[in-house]
Design a protein around this ligand. Structure first.
Ligand code: PCD
Ligand SMILES: [Cu+]
Length: 801
């Protein structure tokens, strides 16, 4: 029996299919291959001596006791790196960062010396034996004090630098001042406004904390002059370029391999001193050197997120039409500006802060400052500050609604960009590709029964006022617009390399396919989903397609996986490469069927003659012919590569709603309901999308409700272990309800937008809005995150509840 069209289609497991994750076969059986699984002959282990102080001068480093410990091979300090000019490394943000502290330390946990020994434990013991003599300096912890006249000078290495990477510096602790929008117009709109609101919205410091910490193995083969670097890299090619530039080894002799990765969440985008020190140690000692961060090192020294203090203002008419937005951000970057934003964007895409609303005029100014804290500032499920931007606008909308005495869902509906306005030009310079916000919002409100919830809330408030209950109820809404798919090379680059991405597809004679990408999955499921794109495009079953990522020797150059860019950029490259192959396959099919190539058409898993559907060649037959008997004058083989430079970003969006009950006497909250509607355009794998949304919401819950990297006045890190850093388990995590609408991206070859970051971007303000909404009737306008039980209890007390 010939299979039906549906059966043929189903066999492909292409786009739209809930294909099971192929990588999970090895992950669930403990057969993943991670960096720490790598054991090379003669391999040594490196460990850091780290600063105990937040700010101090290094008077002396004495490594003699450490060197005397059996098994210790060497101890590296800045003095050893200086002659090689490696004691500082360039950051992706145009700053430099100390690889090993040079004369002074600038944050607690900073790398001071690198001990190399026979095993991890000896290295750790030896690190304890290195004696560092410090002279304490006054620490600068509060970013609001960074530019005070008498603030301690942090960066002596650049104290005379008047120009930062992004314009003039106002103070020795100032990094950059970035402004965008129409200042005069905005100020004028505020002056004449009926209603204005202004609130300082702080987004606290947190950390992505992936299950696997950052780690690498460096192996220098001096005979061949080749360096191999295995590591937990979200962007392997960028690491290759950096390693080549720093070590002075030609790029073709640097092999970077990212094996399986146990979660990245942005933590593994940048380059860390551990990588450089391992490379130097391997060059010096001539054997492989492994470096593996422990949990405390991970939380306290690598790539934190946020620490954005956003003074947010909205102006509106009496009936709730928003007329202007003004935001000033004080950005705490820690001791070095080690953000991994595209180089022209010192504050990432913070200028998406006008959100989903048609705001005629806006102005944004960001001041970056140094403090005695760990560097980073980029990551955590939204690399480019969209989480911050959405937090600012979505809290501001609630505050404005409160002031206007208007329902916040209604205020949103009133100001949404309308479906017919897309492509929409925002006041702060973006062109939103597509959206249908009203439909998504209405669907969300209808599904949760919004009016009934508000009625219930009113009744509860009355009961609370009458003293009949001590429980209050919050309804949190957030409607977000993300911006992912960095990005067009005309305005996005890293180290000068445009942010295109790539795919190479090669079809073997019997129909098996290998495809290689410049991106790198850290758990997202790329091996499953890229194969689905190719399956649909080429009519080859996904099970016959192998996806390989993370080996810079085999994959075409790509900028890596972060900022939900894999689908918008590499996903597009995959479709384009597949279409190149398809075009050739069409020629071959036409030749086989003895008709003109215009007279054949693609049909699920092969080509058929137009009007004569029984005259067809399957993809398998065509592939074989490509190697066996290609048409005259055609090269044999079937493969293609695409470097895809996206014409625009993609703008996924969503409507989230959270219902929370709070006991004012204990601060204990319960998330009664969390509904998340996401629109990421064409959906490649609905099951993976649902998993992405669950993961992102769980992280949003963690951040909004407790996760925090806090510092005391001395600059001691207070949240550097899982004892103090809130990591929700299945016990605390709410139940997620997911939903979707589909508004394809008009410029993406398959209409897909990213989704991985969305739930985090939309989730955090949704939780925070729920807590704030619960307390609003007591006269509160804004309670800062994180909303742990203790802080909620404190807020309740402060409001006299
Ligand atoms: N439409 C659509 C979209 C999407 N998808 C799917 O989903 C996923 C995702 O995607 P995207 O959105 O494109 O993204 P990507 O690029 O791939 O990734 C990235 C992201 O991802 C997320 N998710 C995840 N998951 C996991 N598991 N792990 C991890 O680590 C992670 N991370 C996180 C983050 S943080 Mo950043 O880095 O901060 O920037 S960014 C991020 C994949 O698989 C794909 O394919 C589908 O299906 N469809
Ligand atoms: Cu993002």
């Amino acid at each position: 029996m010939t299979p039906t069209r549906e059966e043929r289609e189903a066999k492909l497991q292409g786009m739209g299919c809930k294909r099971k994750r192929v990588e999970d076969v090895r992950f669930t059986q403990g057969r993943g291959q991670y960096v720490d699984d790598l054991k090379l002959p003669g391999m040594l282990f490196g460990d850091f001596v780290r600063s105990t102080y937040a700010h101090a001068r290094i008077k002396k480093i004495d490594a003699s006791a450490a060197l005397a410990l059996p098994g210790v091979k060497a101890v590296l300090t800045a003095a050893d790196l200086k002659p090689l000019n490696l004691h500082y490394m360039p950051t992706l943000a145009g700053d430099v960062q100390a690889v090993l502290a040079d004369e002074k330390v600038l944050f607690q946990g900073q790398e001071v010396a690198f001990v190399i020994a026979e095993d991890r434990y000896v290295a750790a013991d030896a690190a304890e034996l290195v004696e560092v003599e410090y002279e304490e300096l006054p620490p600068l912890v509060d970013p609001f004090q960074a530019m005070a006249e008498d603030a301690p000078l942090l960066r002596e290495d650049i104290k005379d630098k008047t120009e930062g990477a992004h314009g003039p510096r106002k103070h020795y602790n100032h990094i950059f001042d970035w402004q965008i929008g129409d200042k005069t117009g905005t100020d004028a709109a505020f002056q004449g406004a009926d209603v204005t609101i202004k609130e300082m919205l702080s987004y606290h410091r947190t950390h992505p904390s992936p299950l696997e910490t950052c780690q690498c193995v460096a192996s220098m083969d001096k005979i061949r002059g080749e360096l191999t670097l295995w590591g937990t890299f979200q962007a392997p090619h960028v690491i290759r370029t950096v390693a080549s530039m720093l070590a002075g080894i030609p790029e073709h002799k640097v092999h970077v391999i990212a094996p399986d990765i146990g979660g990245g969440f942005g933590n593994k985008v940048g380059a860390y001193p551990g990588y450089i020190c391992s490379v130097v140690a391997s060059i010096v000692l001539g054997v492989p050197v492994k470096w593996v961060e422990d949990r405390m090192e991970n939380l306290s020294t690598t790539s934190f997120a946020r620490d954005y203090h956003m003074t947010t203002e909205l102006a509106a008419t009496k009936d709730g039409k928003i007329t202007a937005m003004r935001v000033h951000v004080l950005a705490d970057h820690g001791a070095f500006d080690a953000c991994a934003d595209p180089s022209k964007w010192p504050a990432g895409f913070m200028n998406i802060c006008t959100g989903s609303y048609d705001i005629p005029v806006a102005h944004l100014a960001v001041d970056g400052v140094y403090t005695n804290k760990a560097p980073g500032g980029v990551a955590y499920r939204c690399s480019f500050r969209v989480t911050e931007a959405v937090y600012a606008i979505e809290r501001a909308i609630e505050i404005l609604a409160q002031k206007l005495g208007m329902d916040s869902a209604e205020l949103r509906m009133k100001n949404f960009i309308k479906a017919e306005q897309f492509p929409y030009q925002s006041a702060l310079g973006w062109e939103y590709d597509s959206g249908d916000y009203h439909t998504a919002m209405r669907k969300a409100l209808d599904t949760v029964g919004y009016d009934a919830l508000r009625a219930e809330q009113t009744a509860k408030r009355d009961a609370f006022r009458r003293g009949e209950t001590r429980e209050i109820m919050g309804i949190g809404i957030s409607f977000f617009t993300e911006i992912v798919g960095a990005g067009p090379t005309r305005n996005c680059d890293i180290l000068g390399i445009g942010m295109f991405d790539s795919a190479e597809i090669r079809i073997h004679p019997t129909g098996g396919v290998i495809a290689r990408m410049g991106t790198k999955s850290q758990g997202q499921g790329h091996e499953t989903t890229y194969a689905q794109i190719i399956a649909t495009e080429l009519g080859i079953p996904a099970d016959d397609i192998m996806i390989e990522e993370g080996n810079t020797d085999t994959a075409p150059y790509g900028l890596g996986t972060y900022g939900s860019r894999s689908t918008p950029v590499a996903g597009a490259a995959t479709a384009v490469a597949a279409r190149k192959i398809k075009a050739k396959a069409q020629m071959i099919a036409a030749h086989m069927l003895e008709v003109h190539h215009d007279d054949v058409e693609f049909d699920i898993d092969g080509f058929r003659v137009k009007g004569l559907p029984e005259k067809r060649k399957s993809m398998k037959e065509i592939v074989w012919a490509a190697y066996n008997q290609p048409p005259p004058n055609m090269e044999p083989g079937l493969e293609a590569v695409s470097y895809y430079d996206p014409p625009n970003m993609t703008y996924p969006f969503g409507a989230y709603l959270c219902v929370m009950d709070i006991d004012v006497d204990t601060g204990v909250y319960k998330v009664r309901r969390f509904y998340a509607l996401d629109d990421c355009g064409t959906r490649i794998n609905p099951m993976i999308i649902e998993g992405q949304v669950h993961g992102g919401l769980t992280e949003a819950f963690a951040v909004a409700m407790g996760q925090e990297i806090r510092y005391d006045e001395q600059g001691n890190v207070m949240g550097a272990s899982f004892m103090d850093f809130f990591l929700p388990t299945a016990v605390e995590t709410p139940v997620w309800e997911t939903d979707h609408t589909v508004t394809p991206s008009p410029h993406h070859p398959i209409g897909a937008k990213g989704v991985g970051e969305s739930p985090h971007v939309g989730g955090v303000p949704c939780f925070s809005n729920a807590v704030n909404d619960a307390f609003a009737f007591l006269g509160s306008t804004h309670i800062q995150m994180p909303h742990d039980h203790w802080r909620i209890w404190k807020a309740a007390r402060a409001l006299g509840a």
